[in-house]
Write a protein that binds this ligand. Structure first.
Ligand code: NDP
Ligand code: MG
Length: 383
């Protein structure tokens, strides 16, 4: 489990604790929250615990060696753990670009992947799909929309699919005016109406960059080049996404907004079990509404189409600029609407590479981050 201490990581451990006869967490990893990782290791007794932040290594080792749990730190350790012999499935629940390298290592080692880290496919979807061709690895989506589509596609022929309809809650600013969005604070943006998630994806949901990423994720995940991928705003987050077929039929997957359902479906490799998770009531389904998204209020959403049409390293640039801009917004260095502006200016300045290989993605990520930082430094401070 890459990112065990995060929102998806903790919910994955909850799923595991509901089916201990089937799942064993063999490796748990965290970025820097060493105390949380130690607590999780005491409970789940993995073989190995890894902390990405080297400065926390001694604390981890001192706490876990007496329990016979191996410890390590750093990016190399994460990469080799993703390929370890006693690992069948790698849960990628780290945030941002950091998911790419261990996911590649996992695919090279033939591991199945329960993929939460959508940024991996956003940054390098073409490369990941190329690697998957030569590997027995399969990707099981954890993202609720992609899990919903995966569920709707079971038993269907690819050529029968006309459209993938990706639902979006619309985030906390769905009903706000454009003028009010310009003044949105960090607190406003962190108040997601339906989901409790990590800070980065919560801000991505407020800008709707998350939905743009999910459109790109769906493009790479489901090999359906003829099918249109379309966002649909659905404020209740009960319909997790839909598939429209050539005969006009639409299949949808519904459920409570609880990530443990898609996590369990991914870990179970499409198997369904009663894990005691909450069920929908009729009252929950009493009002389901759908509407077109507003690209004017949420310009980040339009970046998905731009990235897919332009191709190459475009989405990698967008992701890098977005990570830097979201961190700056959370650090109160820029305004909410500066996130989009930073991405656009970074896109203008970053070199375009039509057919990137792995090294080109790494270089693009480094360069685009540096450009985005420069742009942010030159912006006026928020009032
Ligand atoms: P969180 O921020 O809650 O958790 C991130 C996890 O990754 C933490 O364990 C963190 O460690 C670890 N981490 C962060 N940076 C690094 C790094 N550089 N190297 C190694 N580990 C690192 O994020 P979420 O759980 O919300 O999201 C995880 C992924 O899942 C994202 O890609 C997100 O888009 C996706 N996702 C999340 C959903 C949700 O409901 N939360 C829904 C759908 C997709 P530490 O705790 O020590 O900081
Ligand atoms: Mg999602």
């Amino acid at each position: 489990m890459l990112g065990a201490t995060g929102s998806i990581g903790r919910q994955t451990l909850d799923v595991i604790s509901r089916a201990p006869e089937r799942y064993q967490a063999t490796v748990l990893t965290a970025g820097s929250k060493v105390e949380d990782l130690i607590d999780q290791c005491r409970k789940f007794k993995p073989r190995l615990a890894i902390i990405a932040d080297d400065t926390k290594y001694e604390q981890l080792r001192d706490a876990l060696s007496p329990l016979g749990i191996e410890t390590a730190s750093g990016a190399e350790a994460l990469k080799s753990a993703a390929a370890a012999d006693d690992v069948d499935t790698v849960v990628t629940a780290t945030v941002g670009y950091s998911g790419l390298e261990p996911t590649i290592a996992a695919i090279r080692a033939g591991k199945d992947i329960a993929l939460a880290n959508k940024e991996t496919l956003v940054v390098a979807g073409a490369l990941i799909n190329q690697l998957l061709k030569d590997s027995p690895s399969r990707i099981y989506p954890v993202d609720s929309e992609h899990s919903a589509i995966y569920q709707c596609l079971q038993g269907e022929k690819p050529e029968a699919v006309k459209r993938l309809l990706i639902t979006a809650s619309g985030g906390p600013f769905r009903t706000w005016s454009k003028e009010d969005i310009e003044k949105a604070t960090v607190e406003n943006a962190l108040k997601h109406p339906n989901w409790h998630m990590g800070a980065k994806i919560t801000i991505d949901s407020a800008t709707m960059m998350n939905k743009a990423f999910e459109l790109i994720e769906a493009h790479w995940l489901f090999d359906l080049p003829h099918a249109e991928v379309k966002p649909v705003v659905h404020p209740q987050s009960i319909v997790h996404s839909m598939v429209e077929f050539v005969d006009g039929a639409i299949k949808a997957q519904l459920g409570t907004p609880d990530m443990r359902l898609p996590i369990a479906y991914a870990l179970g490799e499409t198997r369904r079990d009663d894990l005691g998770l909450p069920h929908l009531s009729i009252a929950d389904m009493a009002e389901l509404t759908f509407m077109e998204p507003d690209y004017d209020k949420f310009p980040c959403l339009g970046l998905a189409k731009y990235a897919m049409e332009r191709g190459g390293n475009t989405a990698c640039v967008i992701n890098a600029a977005n990570e830097i801009a979201v961190a700056a917004f959370l650090g109160r260095k820029i305004r909410f609407t500066d996130i989009y502006a930073t991405i656009m200016t970074t896109l203008e300045r970053a070199p375009f590479i039509a057919l990137p290989d792995y090294d080109a993605y790494v270089a693009t990520n480094t360069e685009a981050r540096a450009i985005a930082l420069e742009i942010i430094d030159s912006l006026e401070q928020p009032r």
